[in-house]
Design a protein around this ligand. Structure first.
Ligand code: SAM
Length: 349
């Protein structure tokens, strides 16, 4: 174990922040023992705040139409081979019904930036879900909108919003996105979401093309500054129909290290062990929880459309019914001493 890395992890736990150079030092110099040390600190901080409870979110991938062309993403508009679909309002309500019966108390509406779902349609949908399930939290993950649109969704009853910043380094951002998108706008959106009062989540892919220890350090500093209620991270996984089809996938260890560092820095943050993590390792979700994550997000979308929401190749759990996913996750969590709870799982101030 490197004494320097261990000291820096302890310093992060104490001060909730490190300098850019100190983060870079951890990211460049950590060895297996350092990783285990960070994971054990992350795990124990999560235990302090959440005990052995794991929050569960029912993910409804309601459209894969997208006007954007993010270079890494399988549902980018230039992917002419993507089979496009969108769920109707009634189909979405069916997903919620099934999820509610299975004990879910948070629904996440995630999708591409689909022009069909106008502000008015979304407001009507949000109102309908919240009227039927007033005891549930509703999270949106539908990309960049105007502040006025974000306000309308919030007024309609949406509680949380996930918008990964993807990378806090502008040059890096521009290598992952077309010229029509900018880091400045992404950050503006996140600022607006927080101002409106959403429980807000940012995040990034680990191992995305052109990522370095330096850009990751900037991600951690940005998270510290934004102080979000949620952070979503998972490995980059290449998709065959994108410009990054030949790029290597993100690796397990850096994802686990970053989950731990985020938990050590933002102690109460809601931090999922993602499906992408489960895709690169058969025990990915368990390893994520044992590194400080405290949320899992199984899929509630109808099995008939699951494979079509293909952000990356070989995504797991695309063939299982919601109930199977729920039971499988419950068993997996139990196996490592944790329990999925029937709770909205809000951020605790
Ligand atoms: N359109 C919304 C947005 O941009 O926030 C939500 C959907 S978007 C597909 C959700 C997230 O998927 C992105 O923020 C990105 O980090 C992740 N993602 C996309 N392509 C990926 C890939 N190839 N590997 C891993 N994650 C990916």
């Amino acid at each position: 174990m490197s004494e320097r890395v261990k000291q820096l992890i302890d310093k992060l736990e104490k001060n909730n922040i490190l300098s850019r150079e100190e983060f870079i030092c951890i990211l460049e110099e950590y060895d297996t023992e350092d990783l285990e040390y960070a994971r054990s600190r992350g795990r124990s901080i999560a235990k302090e705040h959440f005990g052995n409870a794991v929050y569960v979110r029912g993910l409804i991938e309601f459209t894969n139409y997208c006007k954007n062309d993010c270079l890494y993403c399988g549902i980018r508009k230039s992917n002419k081979n993507a089979e496009r679909y969108r769920l109707t309002e009634d189909e979405i309500m069916e997903c919620c019904k099934e999820g509610y019966a299975l004990g879910f108390r948070t629904f996440v509406l995630q999708g591409g930036e689909d022009g069909y779902y106008t502000k008015d349609r979304l407001v009507a949908l949000i109102q309908r879900i919240k009227a039927k399930y007033p005891d549930c939290a509703l999270t949106l993950s539908i990309g960049e909108k105007t502040k006025e649109e974000y306000q309308s969704y919030f007024d309609a009853g949406a509680d949380r919003y996930l918008l990964r910043h993807e990378t806090a380094n502008e040059e890096h951002y521009n290598k992952l996105h077309p010229a029509s998108m900018s880091l400045a706008n992404r950050k503006e959106c996140l600022k607006n979401l927080k101002e409106i009062g959403y429980q807000t989540g940012c995040g990034f892919m680990v191992g995305s093309p052109y990522q370095t220890a330096e850009t990751l350090a900037q991600d951690l500093l940005y998270i510290h500054d934004l102080h979000p209620q949620m952070v979503g991270i998972g490995p980059f996984i290449s998709h065959k129909e994108t410009p990054f089809c030949e790029a290597p996938n993100g690796e397990l260890e850096p994802v686990l290290l970053l989950l731990s560092l985020i938990r050590i820095m933002e102690k109460k943050v809601l931090l999922p062990a993602t499906t992408a993590l489960a895709t690169i390792h058969p025990q990915g979700r368990e390893l994520g929880i044992l590194s400080g994550a405290n949320v899992v997000m199984p899929n509630l979308s109808p099995v008939s459309v699951r494979k079509k929401y293909e952000l990356y190749d070989n995504k797991v759990c695309t063939g299982d019914e919601a109930a199977e996913c729920r039971n499988c996750l419950q068993a997996r969590m139990k196996n490592i001493g944790y329990e999925i709870v029937k709770d909205r799982g809000d951020y605790k101030k």
